[in-house]
Write a protein that binds this ligand. Structure first.
Ligand SMILES: *Cc1c(COP(=O)(O)O)cnc(C)c1O
Length: 227
């Protein structure tokens, strides 16, 4: 685990150097979905500070088991509005908000929990039918509406591009997300921050870093193959 993690951190450093970005602005989110709590503990011992999960039920058990560890939990899976209640209790940052309905549910439970829920808006840059996410051209309108909710705080954008494990084919989608981020920033929407870009996984994170990622979501390269 420690070796794999070190290799990933070296690759992040190298990618940052390659495009003259400070590595301090690139956060490693270790994707622990399907990994048992014991394995996640090893990752924490090796220095991981941020963990991401895709399934609420699985995350509930793990987050509770590991409650004594001072780590940040991220939700990166598709989130149904009827699970918003659990998501607010469990996660520091929810990367996958793609509708006003979901944002309103999160806002409601955040209010009840006396919390400001940090979120990212997931963009379906390639308009794939099989994927969640708001289309790029609808993102600004969605953000204007979410900006009016008191208990959610938008930090930036997330995407899951097509072409698994083919970094050069994926790069244009990363670049498109960055351009959209810059365009939104220029709009100056009230209560909307646009500092974070969550993009890049095991197969393509170097390209994502070169295109401006501030959070890379890496599972396999840290934990090994999932079963
Ligand atoms: C599983 C998953 C990842 C991590 O994928 P790896 O290829 O194992 O690094 C990243 N983001 C999302 C949304 C995922 O579902």
């Amino acid at each position: 685990m420690k070796d794999r993690l070190e290799r990933v951190l070296e690759r992040i450093q190298k990618a940052a150097d390659h495009c003259n970005r400070s590595v301090d602005l690139i956060h490693l989110i270790a994707v622990s979905k399907t990994m048992p709590a014991e394995v996640v503990k090893e990752a924490i011992a090796a220095g991981v500070t941020d963990l991401a999960e895709n399934y609420i039920q699985e995350a509930r058990e793990k987050v509770n088991t590991l409650a004594t560890f001072n780590v940040n939990w991220h939700y990166i899976g598709h989130l149904q509005s009827n699970k918003a209640k659990y998501a607010v209790r469990l996660f520091d940052l929810i990367h996958s908000v793609d509708s006003l309905k979901l944002a309103k549910e999160l806002n409601k439970y955040a209010q009840k929990n006396d919390k400001i829920q940090s979120i990212l808006v997931q963009v379906n840059v390639a308009k794939e039918e099989s994927k969640s996410g708001v289309y790029a051209e609808n993102t600004i309108e969605l953000l204007k509406n979410i900006g009016q909710l008191d208990n959610v705080s938008v930090k930036g954008l997330m995407t899951m591009p097509p072409y698994f494990n083919a970094p050069e084919r994926v790069r244009p989608f990363f670049a498109a997300l960055r351009k959209l981020r810059d365009q939104i920033k220029a709009e100056g929407i009230p209560n909307i921050a646009m500092e974070e870009l969550s993009m890049g996984m095991t197969g393509d994170f170097e390209a994502a870093i070169e295109e401006g990622a501030t959070m890379v979501r890496i599972g396999t390269a840290i934990f090994g193959e999932r079963f």
